[in-house]
Design a binder for this molecule. Sequence first.
Ligand SMILES: NC(=O)c1ccc[n+]([C@@H]2O[C@H](COP(=O)([O-])OP(=O)(O)OC[C@H]3O[C@@H](n4cnc5c(N)ncnc54)[C@H](OP(=O)(O)O)[C@@H]3O)[C@@H](O)[C@H]2O)c1
Length: 434
Amino acid sequence: MNSGSLGIGLLGLGNVGSGVAQELIKNKELLSERAGINLELRKVLVRDIHKSRFVDVDSDLLTTNWTDVIDDPNVNLIVELIGGETPAKKYVQLALSKAKHVVTANKELIAKHGQELLALAEDTKVNLLFEGSVGGSIPIISALTRDLSANRIDTIRAIINGTSNFILTAMAEQNMDGARALQLAQSLGYAEANPHNDVEGIDASYKLAILATLAFQSKIDPSQVYTEGISTLEAKDFQYARELGYAIKLLAIAKCEMKEIQVRVHPALIPDNHMLAKVVGAFNAVELEGNLLERTLFHGLGAGQGPSTSAVLGDILEIGRRIATQSYPVKFIELEQSPKIIPMNELKTLYYFRLNISDRAGVLAQITKILGDLDISIASVIQKDSDPSTGTAEIVITTHISKEESVQRSLSLLEKLDTVTKVNNVIRIEEILA
Ligand SMILES: NC(=O)c1ccc[n+]([C@@H]2O[C@H](COP(=O)([O-])OP(=O)(O)OC[C@H]3O[C@@H](n4cnc5c(N)ncnc54)[C@H](OP(=O)(O)O)[C@@H]3O)[C@@H](O)[C@H]2O)c1
């Protein structure tokens, strides 16, 4: 083992930070041996030094002053586990500009500022690693940047938000409505008190921007990812989807064809015999298609202390090994700076409509005329619950491949029909081979 040591400064001692600190303290010898260099936890930045913590960190290591960590000459590696953009970006920039290596699990930071930070790391010849930013324990960043880098990846389909997948699983398996499923997720610790970013697809859009940037070697900003959350889904959608042979998942989809890229996060019906349909609870999965690998699926726990700690420690050990063997930081890939992103209204896919209509003759003809005029060809129509007391019925329509722009136009026309009492939901269908 290298006789030197790698001094580690931890920013944040919350859920993930505590896991990382605990392992660095309890398993110091084993981890140091695997890194080939002594790993020394030297300083830990927190907001509140008096807060009770489940990890037993020497109180001398704790500080509320970031300069104590970043300016410490004995700290060569900063592990950023604060989260969010501010002040995390400032701390990471300062650390890199002082030629300190950085490991982070911060998806928002990497999705929005990764390119700039990696350029800074390259200038100062240090490593910036971020395996923990996507997919928890699933080693997807290293797979895209190293193991699969000989491929031309053209498709990513991923379930990369454990909270929303937990909620969708409860809705599908226990016939719960979204609000009750969210409460259950919160009571079991799978959802935060403010679940907005998880439920509205924002967290998944950050992660998809990172994956698509690496897979297509093109700079994709999270603002370019079309993002729709799960809050419009109802228990009935799951019931009808099941009858049609589908599951419903919050899918993060990125495709690159002839250098044209689509990036979108939205609920999707997927064939229930596909492996992504079997990803339940807080699990994540990423399916890649590429010219050499054909199709590969990664599956594992996407969040939580253990899985995230596993990813962060993997990066720390990798940096330890690179220092111990005096390897240069791996040069980051050149990114295409202005890739062509296909606007969402040009998307062509299959659709599921759920409508409430007046239960009388001629209504279906009005609906099929609107859809037909917009070139939306119907694959199936099923009449569901009829309610004689209100004279209404629910119908579910699925379409063949249609254009998003036409579907959106059809909705405004359908809503104007006095025989359509409500457009309950429209969900895209992702047709994939099982
Ligand atoms: N939780 C997961 O399962 C998971 C999974 C994958 C990735 N991540 C990512 O990992 C990172 C950390 O997540 P987490 O769940 O561990 O967060 P967390 O539990 O909220 O912990 C955040 C920590 O940062 C400290 N902190 C926050 N703002 C600070 C500031 N301005 N100055 C100094 N310290 C500050 C807090 O100090 P106090 O303790 O004193 O309040 C706390 O120790 C995030 O980027 C997150 O997206 C988390």
